[in-house]
Design a protein around this ligand. Structure first.
Ligand code: DX5
Ligand code: ZN
Length: 220
């Protein structure tokens, strides 16, 4: 895949929370394609992050695509709030409930692009019946809940399988990977078929003056 076709979605979970607006402006200026916003509820995952009001406050800091990753259950009652807050893509987990088709329809009805995420232990086949309705598939390369974890190598096989499914569908669907992404793991994910790289620690771990270089290094 051409370097320019690889999109980088910095996860602000690793940014400085006392200056989130500045951090979003900084990664926007540094060449981010999307801004990845990790929403955690302390129930679906063992951590709590932030909700729609924080996302709404950040909306004025960037015109980039807001890529909202919902690690919450239930999902459906909150879709409207995240759409109103300025989400462009809303991704829910297939493990978050039994009615994923309804969730996807609700996300689209709210005017957003729709994604489904797969935990490391969930097979690629879980999204197959819904592939024609999806704009994005998020393959988790760590167990969701925390930044700074180590990449799970065995998930690469699933990235390949999802890429095959997307190619068979003939539709323009993003294949995003999230968790433990650094220049080395990014290259392996891209080789397996990913085209959107989420990275928290690898970008926000250093000084803001390095954000552009860190983003560029992920593209390979
Ligand atoms: C984990 C989140 C990730 C996380 C990635 O549950 O979905 O987006 O912020 O962080 P790093 O890049 O530090 O693994
Ligand atoms: Zn995420």
């Amino acid at each position: 895949m051409n370097k320019r076709q690889i999109k980088v979605s910095p996860s602000i979970l690793a940014a400085r929370f006392d200056r989130l607006g500045e951090e979003v402006r900084a990664v926007d200026a540094a060449g981010a394609d999307y801004i990845h916003l990790d929403v955690m509820d302390g129930h679906f995952v063992p951590n709590i992050s932030f909700g729609p009001s924080v996302i709404k406050s950040l909306r004025s800091c960037s015109d980039k695509i807001f890529d909202v990753h919902l690690m919450i259950a239930p999902v459906d009652p909150f879709i409207g709030a995240f759409a109103d807050a300025g989400a462009n893509i809303i991704t829910a987990h297939v493990e978050a409930g039994p009615h994923t088709h309804r969730t996807i329809q609700a996300i689209k009805h709210a005017g957003c692009k729709a994604g489904l995420a797969l935990n490391p232990g969930t097979p690629a086949e879980a999204i197959e019946p819904l592939i024609d309705d999806l704009d994005l598939v998020l393959v988790m390369t760590v167990n969701p809940g925390f930044g700074g974890q180590s990449f799970i190598e065995s998930v690469l096989r699933k990235v390949t399988r999802v890429r095959e499914m997307i190619d068979r569908s003939g539709r323009d669907i993003d294949l995003e990977v999230d968790g433990g992404i650094n220049p080395s793991t990014a290259a392996r994910c891209v080789a397996a078929g990913a085209n959107v790289l989420v990275a928290g620690t690898a970008i926000f771990g250093g000084d803001p003056s390095h954000y552009a270089a860190e983003i560029d290094a992920l593209r390979g």
